[in-house]
Design a protein around this ligand. Structure first.
Ligand code: 2RA
Length: 344
């Protein structure tokens, strides 16, 4: 028995990663279809060692599709996820369109897998923002151990979070700097090569950006609404891999050693934390990996029950595509969906 899986947005950074991860993990698919806009229809994309012909979303019949992994942006999801869900396919959406909808579960399997059962209301499950996903994977074991009161996080987010064109811009700007050509910025408000931009997404009334707001509201929905969180999200000239400097205040005491111990045992976490040059993870090393890496764990003596840590993960994988595939696996493992077309 296999599941028919559709990947919508198959030609984007995350869509391509979804296809790669479905193949890598031998997902029990009877068929995988790659869908994208009419402009991309007819192009080819990889699915493991196979090549798929990209089909146009706008006339596709989802009536025999079991699972739809969607990474095509919020407006496409707003229009298409209800239609696809109404045809009986479970939509796992990577955009922000449905994350705060009370009838749509927002899921990171290592953190709140039980909530996935709520998908039946709209047949839609939301994937969190990439910077939220890696954060809650690291916070969850610590919250269970010593109850988190407040989190202050600064993120250092790679350009792949802004799409393929943004990666191309970093590449061309970096070259231009060396050839003294004019450095122009289209995908970012200012030049990104050898620079840092303290703005991801649009500014809100209160001076925070939407990316920073997402980290607050999504962490509350996934982990615990009582946790106070404030974020500063920064774009950095790195192609793939988001990094986060995290400061945590707990209700109860917890030492750095105790934190290291619970993190080492926690699902999805990999602690690399030696007090020596190179004894920590950098974005360069996380690319292509599934883990949420935690380094630089240390007590913060400036507050009661304080802790500092460094969290790094591949934003295209755990931050998006891997988490979506893991949600699909969770549905199957918990027997919450069955394949429409049983094996003959
Ligand atoms: C970014 N988290 O990094 C946002 C969306 N992927 O641009």
């Amino acid at each position: 028995m296999g599941y028919k899986v559709a990947v919508v947005g198959a030609t984007g950074n995350v869509g391509r990663e979804m296809l790669a991860i479905l193949a890598e993990r031998n997902f029990p698919a009877s068929e995988v279809v790659a869908l994208a806009s009419r402009k991309s229809a007819g192009t080819e994309c990889s699915f493991g060692d196979k090549t798929l012909k990209v089909k146009a979303l706008d006339h596709y019949d989802f009536s025999d599709v079991d699972i739809c992994l969607m990474s095509a942006g919020g407006s496409v999801s707003k229009e298409w996820s209800p239609k696809i869900g109404a045809q009986g396919a479970v939509v796992i959406d990577n955009s922000s369109a449905w994350r705060m909808d009370p009838d749509v579960p927002l899921i990171v399997p290592e953190v709140n897998a039980d909530a996935v059962a709520g998908f039946t209301k709209k047949n839609i499950i939301a994937n969190p923002n990439c910077s939220t996903a890696q954060l809650v994977v690291a916070l969850k074991p610590l919250h269970d151990k010593a109850k988190i009161k407040r989190v202050v996080v600064a993120t250092y987010q790679s350009v792949s979070g802004a799409g393929k064109d943004a990666m191309d811009e970093l590449f061309s700007q970096t070259k231009s700097v060396f050839t003294l050509d004019e450095v122009e910025s289209k995908k970012f408000p200012k030049r990104i090569a050898f620079n840092l931009i303290p703005q991801i997404d649009v500014f809100m009334e209160d001076g925070f950006t939407k990316e920073e707001w997402k980290m607050v509201v999504e962490t509350k929905k996934i982990l615990d609404p009582k946790i106070k969180l404030v974020a500063t999200c920064v774009r950095v000239p790195v192609f793939v891999g988001h990094s986060e400097a995290v400061n945590i205040e707990f209700e109860n005491p917890i030492t750095a050693d105790e934190a290291r111990e619970v993190l080492r045992a926690a699902p999805g976490c990999l602690v690399i934390d030696k007090h020596e040059p190179g004894g920590y993870v950098t974005p360069y090393e996380c690319v292509g990996e599934d883990a949420t890496y935690i380094s630089r764990i240390r007590e913060d003596g400036t507050v009661e029950n304080g802790l500092e840590m460094w969290v790094v993960s591949d934003n295209l994988r755990k931050g998006a595509a891997l988490n979506a595939v893991q949600i699909a696996e969770c549905l199957i493992n918990r027997k919450l969906i069955s394949a429409k077309k049983q094996a003959a």
